[in-house]
Design a protein around this ligand. Sequence first.
Ligand code: HEC
Ligand code: HEC
Ligand code: HEC
Length: 148
Amino acid sequence: MKPIAVSAMATDLQNLGLDLKNLPALEKMEPNKLRKVMRTFTKALGAKCSDCHNESDYAAMTPMKKIALHMWNDYVRGLSLDSGEPLYCDSCHQGRMKFLDRHDKKALGAWMDENYVDKMKRRDGKEHKCATCHGEPFDEDILARWTK
Ligand code: HEC
Ligand code: HEC
Ligand code: HEC
């Protein structure tokens, strides 16, 4: 697993008239801009359109779209790198949809502490810890909760 990184896509987004430090809610974005943002998803995640969409109906909701909406609204808009440098999908995904090594949960917890807690902060100024994402009591299945 690669450490969390400063986004390399700030310029791509700037070219779309988007400021990484002040992104609108995805649901509120103008349709033509939203279309262009899709290219940043495929690039950041190494994904195809069909990984998230039913290609015969792009507006139809899918589990992957639900997750992507939360990732945008809760993580990219709700958090920032502790250094203040830009955070985007590529900071965590780095070209892959799945990247967690789950075979040793304890080691993964330590990796999350180092990367997702120590190197990040909340934009609302509240204390940032595992519970920001996993809730209290600790819920391992964040993605399952989002796709319910
Ligand atoms: C990582 C998942 C993901 C990928 C990959 C992705 N999309 Fe999307 N797409 C979304 C989400 C989330 C929305 C916004 C849903 C909302 O606001 O309700 C969306 C919205 C759209 C919409 C607007 C649909 C509507 O509601 O009218 C279009 C069109 C679209 N995407 C096309 C594409 C195309 C073309 C690609 C490939 C270049 C692509 N998407 C790749 C997640 C994805
Ligand atoms: C703070 C880190 C972080 C950021 C930022 C982030 N993600 Fe994720 N994302 C994750 C983690 C962790 C997973 C679980 C990966 C795994 O299972 O290996 C994940 C999983 C996903 C999945 C489900 C993949 C699958 O096949 O199950 C989608 C879709 C996704 N993210 C989209 C996005 C999009 C789109 C963005 C930017 C708007 C984004 N993510 C930003 C950490 C992040
Ligand atoms: C920025 C958000 C974020 C923070 C903060 C965070 N995690 Fe995670 N963590 C995730 C996501 C997303 C997943 C993937 C969840 C899923 O698959 O449903 C995950 C998965 C895990 C898993 C694997 C669960 C499984 O069943 O495979 C463990 C263990 C874990 N985290 C531990 C921790 C610990 C311990 C902390 C605090 C030191 C922490 N995480 C902080 C986002 C976060």
